[in-house]
Design a protein around this ligand. Structure first.
Ligand code: TYM
Length: 345
């Protein structure tokens, strides 16, 4: 059975605590959809747990981290008592792994080698630690998306190439075998859909030419959702800005200040244009930092209070219920693919 409402889907890996970049780039747009538009869209928010160890991790912590990340979704505002909203763990639905193998055999070695995330991460890891899993994880990500006929995928811009690959592999499969998969919308249409204020690339506070990333070793440039609000405020107060002496939104030339303006807009819910209009031309970077730091501390205080109140039993019941229903959907898509390639009559 194909889903009747358009499907909005995203996943956030559980290899580490989530940071505000993950929150603004993917979780917040998803939660907004879940809260405001679930009567028109089906919402699939999942933990891509099989993606957790494409790079080495501490496996003794993974199981806890997976559950913790689902709690973060709830603290971020995901309603659990709505049957149009699904929250699930990838590895509990085996069709993800099975479809990945089929798609692997239609994926070029060359096209995977060109993925910039693979190139970046493998350079950092060194040859002996690069796994085949890191190499072909975009294929698993494509399976995650096409299994549920998802059209809208809110992700940060580091995932753009993977989204384009998902479209390519879905189209390639459809061209060869007929209408098997729903092709997600092209990336510019995704951006139109989620709005221009989505935080597609939140930057590192110390080196704002880089994106904020879980793998920052010092932790000084990254704000984790579990950071003490006072510590997070201090991180913002020490953020790198520029020496122009006047506030201006210009991501290329003034990424530090632009990052602060963007975070302030996302934290307060004020449109970015309004925040820019309020601050541009002023010359106190300190005031902008103070306003952003205060908004961040307020946000984290509220978030962490909601996190402490999450009821695990309700959460686990919701996971199990979603997984039971979506297993059927995923298996139906898998069967279409199995039939197409000749594995089933
Ligand atoms: P992951 O777990 O690395 O990151 C989760 C989401 O956070 C976004 N993100 C950011 N957004 C804005 N600014 C930043 N600094 C920033 N850093 C990270 C990421 O773009 C992502 O949207 N492969 C995916 C997980 C995944 C997935 C999927 C996503 C697996 N299957 C299917 C969508 C659909 C990943 O590694 O994201």
């Amino acid at each position: 059975m194909r889903m009747s409402k358009p499907v909005v889907l995203t996943g956030l890996r559980a290899n580490n605590e989530l940071h505000v970049g993950n929150y603004f780039g993917a979780l917040l747009p998803m939660i907004d959809m879940a809260r405001e538009r679930s009567s028109d869209y089906q919402i699939n928010l999942f933990v891509p747990d099989l993606h957790s160890f494409t790079t080495p991790i501490d496996h003794s912590r993974l199981h806890q981290q997976i559950l913790h990340n689902v709690r973060l979704y709830v603290a971020a505002g995901l309603p659990l008592d709505n049957s149009d909203i699904y929250v699930y763990r990838q590895s509990y639905i085996s069709a993800h792994s099975e479809l990945t193998w089929i798609l692997d055999c239609f994926t070029g070695f060359g096209e995977m080698s060109r993925m910039t995330q693979f190139k970046d991460k493998s350079t950092k890891l060194g040859e002996s630690r690069i796994s085949v899993g890191l190499f072909n994880y975009p294929v698993l990500m494509a399976a995650d998306i096409v299994l549920y006929d998802a059209s809208y995928i809110p992700v940060g811009d580091d995932q753009t190439q993977h989204l384009e690959f998902t479209r390519d592999i879905a189209e390639r499969f459809n061209n060869q075998f007929g209408q098997i998969f729903t092709v997600p919308l092209p990336v510019p249409k995704q951006h139109e859909f989620f709005g221009k204020d989505q935080g597609l690339r939140i930057r590192d506070l110390i080196d704002p030419t880089k994106k904020m990333s879980k793998s920052d070793d010092t932790g000084r440039g990254v704000i984790f959702l579990g950071d003490d609000p006072a510590v997070a405020a201090k991180k913002i107060m020490s953020a790198t800005t520029d020496s122009y002496g006047e506030i201006k939104y210009d991501i290329q030339d003034r990424p530090g200040v632009s990052n602060l303006l963007q975070m302030l807009s996302l934290l307060t819910g004020e449109p970015l244009d309004a925040v820019i209009a309020e601050w541009e031309g002023k010359n106190s970077y300190g005031d902008l930092k103070k306003a952003t730091a205060a908004a961040m501390a307020d946000f984290l205080t509220g978030f962490q209070a909601r996190l402490a109140a999450v009821d695990d039993q309700t959460l686990i019941a919701k996971l199990e219920q979603s997984e039971k229903i979506l297993r059927e959907t995923a298996n139906a898509t898998l069967l279409r693919a199995q039939k197409a390639v000749g594995l089933r009559a």
